[in-house]
Ligand binder design. Sequence first.
Ligand code: COA
Length: 332
Amino acid sequence: MAYAAFRSIGAYAPSKVLSNDDLAKMVDTSDEWITKRTGIKERRIAANDEFTSDMGMKAAEKAIERSGLDKSEIDMVICATISPDYFCMPSTATIISTKLGLGNVTAFDISAACTGFVYILSIAKAFIESGMKKNVLIIGAEKLSAITDYTDRATCILFGDGAGAAIISATDNKDEAIIDIHTGADGQFADLLMSPNGGSGSFHDTLEQEATSCFMQMKGNETFKVAVKTLTKDVVEILKENNIQSSDIKHFVPHQANLRIIKAVGDALKLEDEQVVLTVEKYGNTSGASIPMAINDIYESGRLQAGELMLLDAFGGGLTWGSALVPFSPLK
Ligand code: COA
């Protein structure tokens, strides 16, 4: 049987920084309020002519180079995004694969909001274990600034742009394999976090409505409570089912939505500070890109070494959630 190994990571963050002080000039908020309630100090914003696919391509180039694979060996591309280049078609994954010059590959997007990266990891694992694919490029890429209402102080302080990518490859060596992935969803909570317009479920009378139709809306306080409960339950279960103690985790890589949510889950698991990976301060919430951007951060700072065990944990619109036990298994 083939196993799925997490071979490499790459990420890209646009150069433009939007600080809390910048936002305080746009809406009624302050650096103090944002820092205290979210832990976010700044976020990155893509240029007008910089698309989700451009950021995804740059992250993917790094992941491919670090994997040691030739581009021709990649046989599938999956992109997790809620801010695709085009809402209906073509998929952002097909655009990225063409920009990378990958030729004829299977390519598609999935929509699972901030849980997107854990979902595409599970899809890559399943395709590899079934023997259908050998080297899968997975990408979380978001231009959330394109779907953020910068007059709404409840949401515009939270989100940023960026991309992260990884190569998942077949291996015979069970020690290198992704151990387990959990994914879940419950549409009962759909209205907590959504872009209520812009799809076949909405109708627009005016062009103005159309233009703002994809903006995200959120019931922040309720989302916060469900997030802490769901994230904690999910990681406790995946550790228990796999007989792994939280002290065995080298890097806990949670979705970077809010420092208080991350701390609450970390405390529930009795994790030490050095186990918890944090990028929320500098990137804010980049939805499907947040986990791979955080993994890239520990990789580029030399903190992520071969064989070390990561616990990924995500939560987002849908509602969706997921967790994964993933050893870092680069080719020697
Ligand atoms: N600046 C200043 N004040 C703000 C503000 C801002 N940016 N946004 C909201 N407020 C105000 C509210 O109007 C409210 O004022 P009131 O008491 O006079 O009515 C007060 O602050 C408290 O609002 P509330 O929404 O209860 O704050 P909160 O402590 O829940 O923090 C969030 C708001 C959004 C930071 C928090 O709810 C959160 O992070 N939720 C989860 C978000 C998330 O993770 N989403 C993504 C999941 S993937």
